[in-house]
Structures are given as C-alpha cells and as structure tokens.
Design a protein around this ligand. Sequence first.
Ligand SMILES: *Cc1c(COP(=O)(O)O)cnc(C)c1O
Length: 373
Amino acid sequence: MTAITTRSIPFFNYRDAFTAHENAYVEILRDVIRRGAFIQQQDLADFERNLAEYLGVKYTIGVANATDGLVMALRVTGVGPGDEVLFPSHTMVATAAAVAHCGAVPVPVECGDDHVMDPSDLARALTPRTRCIMPVHLNGRTCDMDAIGAFASEHGLRIIEDAAQALGSTFRGKHAGTFGFAAAFSFYPAKILGCFGDGGAVVTDDPAAAERVRRLRDHGRDDAGDVREWGFNSRLDNFQAAVLDFQFRTYATTIARRRQLAALYDELLRGLPQLRLPPAPGADARHFDVYQNYEIEADRRDGLRAYLKDTGVGTLLPWGGKAVHQFGDLALRGSLPRTEHLFERVLMLPMNMMLSDHDVRYIAGQIREFYGC
Ligand SMILES: *Cc1c(COP(=O)(O)O)cnc(C)c1O
C-alpha cells in the first residue's frame, strides 16, 4: 500500500471543538468555580428555562445523562416488571438498557429506509403486555410521529421519546421530544449540543411527571428536603449547564451549518449507485433534520472504510457495527432481517462543526475514487 495521506479528517475533533471557543470556555469555568456554583445552581436553572422556551415545553429537568433521563421518564410513566416496550434496534444500547433497568422487557423493531423506527413493524411486535413505545429520533431525524402516534392511541400505549440525537429536529413543525409523554436529550460531548462530559435533560408537559423526575434526579428529595421515594444522584452539573447555555445561544447557526454540510454531501454523492444517502435537507417537507450524523449505506462497506482510513478520513460504524438485538448476551427476542442487512452496509461519514466545505469535497472525491467513478 503506497497511499500517501495528504489530509487528516478525524471523525470528530474534540480538541478543535474546544479551541474554537477556548477563551469563552475558560472564562465560564473560572466564573463558575469562583462562585462555588457546582450543583443545582443558577446556570442550571437558566439553561433549563432556555431549553423549555426553545422546545415549547412546560418543564425541562437537567439530568446527568440521557440514559438516566430515559430510566426516570419510564419510571414516572409507570413502566415496570411485566411490561414490554417497543424500540428500534438501530439505536444505542442505552435506549433498551433504560427499559431493562425499569424491570421491563425491551422489544426490538425494524427501522425504515431513513434509518429511524419503521411504524409498519410495530403491529408485528405488539403483545397484550406492550405498554409503551420508544421512538428514537436517530441521526437528528424525527420519526414519522403521525404513524407512531396513531398506533399508540389505537392501542393505548404511552410514548417516551429518545431524543438524544435530535435537539432542534422537527416533524410537521413540532420539535422532537414534544410528541410523547416525556423525552430525554443527551449532551454527551459528540452530540450536536455537547458539553465537556456527560449531560442530559428530560422534558415533559405533565406537571406531576416533572415534579417526580426533579425529585428522582436528586435522591428522591423534594424542595423542602423531604425524601419522598428512593431516588438517584443524576443531576446535570452546573458547570456543564453553563457551557451548554453558552453553546445554545448560537444553536440556530449550528443547525444551519450542519444542514449545509449534508446538502453538500448530497450534491457530491447523489449520483453514485453504490450508495444510499440520508434524506437530503428539504427532501420531505414534513421533516426538518439536524444531521447529528451523516449515515450512509455503501456497497463493499468495509473496503470503502479501509480506503478512507488510508486517505486520512475517519469514519465510524454505528454502535461498533451491531444493532441492539445482535448483542447475543442481552438475549433479546426475535430477528430483524432488514436491520441486520442494514448493518452490513451502514457507515457514518464525518459530520461536525470543524468540517470545512473543502473537507467534504475531499471525502466525496475519495469515495468516488474508491468506486472508480
Ligand atoms: C447518546 C445516546 C443515548 C445516551 O445518551 P447519554 O447522554 O450518553 O446517556 C441514548 N440514545 C441515543 C440514540 C444516543 O445517541
């Protein structure tokens, strides 16, 4: 192999994400520490209020991470032993783990051509024990909530949304995370709104659910300090909240830039018969996607991945290359032929704010070179 690496485009560049706003971040850190404002302080309250306003929800509760957020959301929904919860197997294991931690059974379903939950597979997985559906708005695309919502009402199921990847994404003008009884967002560093460690939020319009999640995240304590139930220690650090609030001020610009990058990928790669691309921005007027990831399907995927690596381009296999039901030790029910086929072809290309147009042109050029066209 004599390929000369002329560029280096990592899948995600944490260092550059920091240095782009280094002075502001250091100032935030200094300010928070000087005030000694670490746990459940003003910056958290400010961020929670701004997030609620942006989404148009009544309540947001900052939590330690989205996984905990999903556990608490399911708990306050009443999901427990004996219940089954439908989730798309193309997701992070966290979605299903949250169900298992409530003592319920996660039941995997297929995803569609756009890689999010396929509503037409829900009926197959339904049993008399099904209690809840967890749509996952994967890659920054909101699921078809018309179809999922209709199925849920028809069968009396609650919806808890895994909106970990979808802050700002909408379906028919309505925000991901506002369709169900409650939802969780993630602020993990590589998420579109990402802090310097773990972070998350639960959102809901239900006052009783909000009050309970607020208690659960803080050892089950209410405002008076009375312990009302067994809780968790799952608070969003005040420093992380201050960082998030800072990033949130320019969030519209962030989304616009990601959609621009997606449009450029689409323009440069659309003609290749070896690939299936994500829906382009504006391809379906109902969807406003924020492109947490740019997840393609590719013929000879592993060869392409190795070729890109040799030419300096970092890619990623989602979840290490397996859908949740393919982790045999978890012993989940059933096989999902379409999802399994997808996982032989799926690949994530770089998609982040450090990426230049020139980088995208280079990546697309290398892909064309690999396929000889
Ligand atoms: C990141 C992610 C999670 C977990 O979020 P954490 O904040 O890391 O707990 C859950 N579901 C999906 C789809 C994710 O991408």
